[in-house]
Design a protein around this ligand. Sequence first.
Ligand code: SF4
Length: 173
Amino acid sequence: MRPVVIVSACLLGQPVRYDGGDKSNTLVRKLLAERFDIFPLCPEAEAGLGIPRPPVQLVRNGEGMIEVLGVEQELDVTGALRDFSHRSIAQLVGRIDGAVLKSRSPSCGIGTTPLFDQERNQVAIDSGVFAQTLLVHMPRLPVIDEEQFSDETLRDAFLRSVEKQFATRDHIV
Ligand code: SF4
């Protein structure tokens, strides 16, 4: 058995982005495959939003709640993304040792995703819906994005944390 790491599927070269493209990252693919079992995951595709699909962004509504709305057309995928995130993460608890997620995504971003107001002015940065749910439900899980992963110091610390997580978790088979 090896540690298991979930990875944003677009970083692995899977054509799951809103425009049908990918964000293949050779460093992520190569270094993770050498040491870990990889579990690809695309929250937006798996939530049923389709490929291709209209682009979405995080928007703070009048009550201060964050929604995931269409960039160019009227569309609200907040419920679909939240439901998928809760369902999938409930199944992942105790089975994974780390996560490598795509930066700036309204689903996968870890504190790097633009947050807009109702007039669609950027007002802050936040985490995407899947990433936020993961951080809440698995607060000790080592998590990194592909930009941090390109930094050798951050990457080595992440890889060590994944090994440690694997060594200490109760393994569910
Ligand atoms: Fe899918 Fe996340 Fe990549 Fe967007 S960033 S395409 S939701 S895996």
